[in-house]
Design a protein around this ligand. Structure first.
Ligand SMILES: [Zn+2]
Length: 300
């Protein structure tokens, strides 16, 4: 791999011509956590036999803009992500740092997606305009040119052990799928358009437009101060299809793993012995196993 080269170009945020940094779309601390908790290397789910050492990176921002984002990422990591991952903390007070973090995450994703969607003749024109408008509002907000984000809504949903079996296929290891998944992209379904990110079980959705049927309970992040809890959250949303899609991908990836790769993973787990219990993924497997056995009956 060698040293990263120096690239000059227009910064996507401040639009100045500067040296560009290699930016992570999903913050680096999420990838680090993934490496720390996975007994093996990170696997890209659509290419199960290829191991990536890092998550998606792009030359996109100058050093100053990257620093602007890093401060809020540190805030999110220390106030919400790590306490939830490490001690299952369930209630979090937040301030305007949270909205900034979410907007910075969704904006990065939306910006890159729009480069593609703008050239796609089949993409819904009205949705495209809504997304372009949102990208502008978010960029101005991130640069401090405005304090509000208009009618853009941010929501956060914690996948802390799925307890109700009604709508999910538990053969597909829901906890593993959600807790092992890192992704961020923009999409639309009917009149609802959004950017969705999954940070190892914390799902963050920024809505640019929302159909009336969308029901999100105890998930909204206000632009300012508030509290968010990893409990009593409910969603009835087209976003459910994305979740199902991630589970299918995880299932396909598992099935597509070559025998050689599978054996390597089993060997690695064997070598870890009792140490395997230290890994979060082991707990996820146990949880999924428990959910399957709980199907209809309580086990204690
Ligand atoms: Zn910049």
């Amino acid at each position: 791999m060698g040293k990263e080269k120096t690239i000059y170009g227009q910064c996507a945020l401040c639009r100045q011509n500067k040296e560009l940094q290699l930016s992570h779309i999903v913050p680096h601390f999420v990838g680090r956590r993934m490496k720390k908790t996975a007994p093996g290397n990170i696997r890209v789910t659509n290419e199960p036999n290829i191991v990536t050492q890092d998550i998606e990176k792009h030359y996109m921002l100058c050093h100053d803009c990257e620093e602007l984002f890093s401060a809020k990422e540190r805030w999110f990591a220390s106030r919400i992500f790590n306490p939830w991952q490490d001690h299952k903390q369930q209630e979090f007070s937040y301030d305007q740092n949270l909205t900034y973090f979410i907007v910075s995450l969704s904006w990065r994703s939306l910006y890159l997606d729009l480069e593609e969607y703008s050239c796609d003749p089949t993409f819904n024109k009205e949705i495209l305009l809504t997304m372009l408008r949102a990208e502008n509002i978010m960029r101005d907000y991130l640069l401090g040119k405005r304090q509000d984000i208009s009618d853009i809504e941010n929501h956060m949903f914690f996948f802390d052990r799925i307890e109700s079996a009604s709508n999910y296929d538990f053969e597909k290891n829901p906890s593993v799928a959600m807790h092992r998944s890192i992704t961020s992209y923009s999409a639309y379904n009917g009149n609802t358009s959004f950017t969705i990110s999954n940070l190892l079980g914390i799902m963050i959705v920024t809505f640019y437009s929302m159909a009336e049927q969308e029901e999100w309970t105890n998930t909204q992040i206000l632009n300012g101060s508030g509290t968010i809890a990893a409990k009593n959250q409910e969603i009835k949303s087209v976003v459910g299809q994305e979740i199902q899609h991630w589970m299918n991908e995880a299932e396909n990836a598992k099935n597509n793993l070559s025998e050689n790769q599978r054996n390597k993973i089993i060997e690695k787990m064997k070598n870890l012995g009792e140490g395997i219990k230290e890994y979060a993924i082991f707990q996820d497997f146990i949880d999924d196993e428990t959910l399957r056995r709980n199907d209809g009956k309580n086990r204690d």
